[in-house]
Design a protein around this ligand. Structure first.
Ligand code: PNS
Length: 165
């Protein structure tokens, strides 16, 4: 349970798989908050490439260098999860204007569902502004290197996954 003097934030997402853009935002959040909880959505309409457990393992590797970051998974509505663990801030990344419309809709709906929860938008480094899990998967699927876009262990997991398919 949360210590009331500490500032907690939740960084939710699909992380299918984690990219360097996500890691950049984790790092920026970990400088701003006492604790960052990276939360992987379990029940989603999307069909993920990686299982929640695989995504969790990749994220656990990614956060090894950060003392105040942990990874969990959640089901159901994000605001219910945020309230349950006693946090009040949701972190979302905005890469380009095209992200804004969807993010605005989600943030306002989450605010309507819970007035205790605020969404904080953060910008990743410009060098990651074109990066997405979807593109990383597509590049890896066609046998090209994703070096610089995701950590080496993610690249290994992607090659293994596509060899298995
Ligand atoms: O990485 P993604 O896929 O853009 O993350 C989307 C995510 C997980 C943040 C969003 O789909 C979500 O919060 N889902 C949980 C269900 C929910 O709360 N839906 C209402 C949102 S207004």
């Amino acid at each position: 349970m949360k210590d009331n003097n500490e500032s907690y934030c939740i960084y939710p997402g699909s992380f299918d798989p984690v990219t360097n853009g996500h890691i950049d935002l984790i790092q920026r959040s970990s400088n701003l908050f006492d604790k960052v909880i990276v939360a992987i959505l379990r029940n989603t309409d999307k069909t993920p490439l990686f299982t929640v457990e695989e995504r969790m393992k990749m994220l656990q590797q990614a956060i090894r260098g950060f003392k105040n970051v942990s990874v969990v998974s959640f089901e159901g509505l994000l605001v219910d999860f945020v309230e349950r663990i006693g946090a009040s801030v949701i972190i979302r990344g905005i890469r380009a204007i095209s992200d804004y419309e969807y993010e605005l809709q989600m943030a306002l709906m989450n605010r309507r569902l819970s007035n205790k929860v605020e969404t904080v938008f953060m910008l990743p480094a410009e060098s990651y502004s074109f990066l997405s899990s979807k593109l990383v998967k597509e590049i890896a699927q066609h046998g090209r290197s994703i070096r610089g876009f995701a950590p080496d262990y993610v690249e290994k997991c992607l090659s293994r996954k596509f060899r298995m398919k």
